[in-house]
Design a protein around this ligand. Structure first.
Ligand SMILES: Cc1cc2nc3c(=O)[nH]c(=O)nc-3n(C[C@H](O)[C@H](O)[C@H](O)COP(=O)(O)OP(=O)(O)OC[C@H]3O[C@@H](n4cnc5c(N)ncnc54)[C@H](O)[C@@H]3O)c2cc1C
Length: 431
């Protein structure tokens, strides 16, 4: 059954979200600082009632199943929600579905002990604290088999030593999930484990917080961290010893598709601004939108967004169907590859149509371009996902043992003539 309509009950909720976003959430982006910083009581006093409104609407933490306080709507409905929330920096925190906390809460739910869930997962789900996922290292990112950060057992503790790079939101996090080598002798995919490290543990040294694009240094939120003799109790191991790769894969699948859902919103925002400019800005020949090269920009952008949106929704539908990110890895990889290109292309055209204003910091386009570039790197670079996509596709094909390919026209014609000759003979016999 193919169906491109939203059920009326959920559509009502989406309509509520549209208005709530416009009236109460999007203005926050201009006045409140960082959504991950929970330390300012004045900001928290504004946020809490908004979060309560979301909870009252049954829209809190929609990425989670009901057993974890979510709604169990599934990924398709989450996509329809996220393609609105993605417009605002603050919205994911107001709706309890902000990365990287979403991925961290998923793996705590899947692999955490009861004690770990009570201490770390519950306050995260309640929006009381922020968290950090610390995996990439300064010398290695796309290839995790090269990581060297080490955790060694010492009595009933693990001691972590090493460096991590681009650990987002470390400066605001109450705990870190750190990936470290626990058995260098083990096979590549079994030598690492993940640990929950409370932020107050001695030895977590943030060397600096790195910004992206033109972000001022004091606003940087991607930490370069040196872990120096960081000691955690043995029960802070997350999941099994040696199980880090499996946990990371479980975590990143969800993260990638959720980013894609929110990216639809950003691309649509750029598109709306481009169209408004096209009908408003005048040349001596009339509005910009009367010029064919502007029309081409608009047509190409609309097509790219719609194609991407359908790919995201279909992938979300597949995740709902299989309940297994691994089974849907080909489609998730495809979404991950398409995402930066769509945002880049639409934001670039929108910027260009705004002329000098477009490149200025009075418009959001340059920031969008930096975001697009970040999306092509974070959670694995585009090339790596193209490799996954191509490998999965090629598994569906078998080699031929004939000299010429199966699509060779001469061979196909010969086969067709043979087949039709038999059919003609039957027809003649029936007369
Ligand atoms: C905004 C942002 C937020 C991030 N947040 C986090 C976080 O919270 N926690 C965390 O642990 N990490 C985080 N990262 C790090 C991210 O996961 C890594 O940047 C990513 O895995 C790539 O690693 P790298 O930067 O070391 O690039 P490299 O591994 O050095 O790759 C550089 C380039 O080399 C090419 N390349 C690499 N490998 C291949 C290959 N196999 N085939 C073809 N080409 C290849 C690609 O062009 C790639 O872009 C974040 C990154 C960004 C940009």
């Amino acid at each position: 059954m193919w169906d491109f309509e939203t059920d009326p009950e959920y559509q009502e909720k989406l309509d509520w979200v549209e208005e709530f976003m416009r009236e109460k959430v999007e203005p926050l982006d201009f006045v409140a600082a960082d959504p991950y910083d929970k330390s300012d009581p004045k900001v928290m006093a504004v946020i809490k009632p908004l979060q309560q409104e979301v909870k009252d609407q049954g829209l809190w933490a929609c990425h989670l199943g009901p057993e974890l306080g979510g709604q169990g709507y599934g990924q398709v409905k989450l996509a329809l929600l996220n393609e609105i929330l993605g417009r605002s920096r603050w919205a994911p925190s107001i709706f309890g579905c902000q990365a990287p906390d979403t991925g961290n809460s998923e793996i705590l739910a899947m692999y955490g002990t009861d004690e770990q869930k009570a201490r770390y997962l519950q306050p995260l789900l309640d929006g009381e604290i922020s968290s950090c996922f610390s995996m990439t290292e300064p010398h290695a990112g796309a290839d995790p088999t090269l990581f060297t950060c080490r955790a060694e057992r010492d009595g009933d503790h693990w001691v972590i030593n090493g460096e991590k790079f681009f650990s987002s939101n470390a400066r605001w996090a109450s705990f870190f999930i750190v990936m470290a080598v626990t058995n260098p002798e083990a096979s590549t995919y079994q030598k690492m484990s993940q640990f929950i490290v409370p932020a107050e543990t001695p030895g977590i040294n943030i060397i600096r917080n790195i910004g992206t694009g033109g972000e001022p240094a004091e606003h940087g939120s991607h930490a370069y961290i040196r872990y120096e003799n960081v000691r955690v109790p043995a029960d802070h191991l997350l999941g099994e010893e040696g199980g880090a790769f499996a946990i990371a894969q479980a975590r990143l699948g969800g993260g990638r598709i959720h980013h894609a859902m929110r990216t639809i919103a950003l691309a649509k925002r750029a598109f709306d601004m481009m169209c408004e400019r096209a009908v408003s800005r005048q040349t001596r020949h009339g509005a910009l939108g009367k010029l064919q090269m502007t029309q081409e920009k608009i047509a190409d952008s609309w097509l790219q967004i719609e194609q991407f949106r359908l790919l995201v929704l279909r992938t979300a539908w597949l995740i709902d169907k299989h309940h297994d990110y691994y089974k849907v890895r080909k489609d998730i990889a495809a979404v991950k590859v398409a995402m930066p290109a769509v945002l880049h292309d639409v934001a670039q055209r929108a910027l260009h149509l705004h002329g000098a204003l477009g490149v200025s910091n009075e418009m959001p386009f340059v920031k969008m371009l930096v975001q697009a570039e970040s999306m092509g790197i974070a959670d694995g670079p585009t090339e790596v996902h193209k490799i996954t996509l191509a490998r999965q596709i090629l598994k569906q094909y078998t080699p031929v043992d004939t000299l010429f390919p199966s699509g060779h026209l001469l061979a196909r014609r010969e086969a067709a003539e043979k087949k039709l000759a038999e059919m003609f003979e039957l027809e003649v016999a029936a007369l």
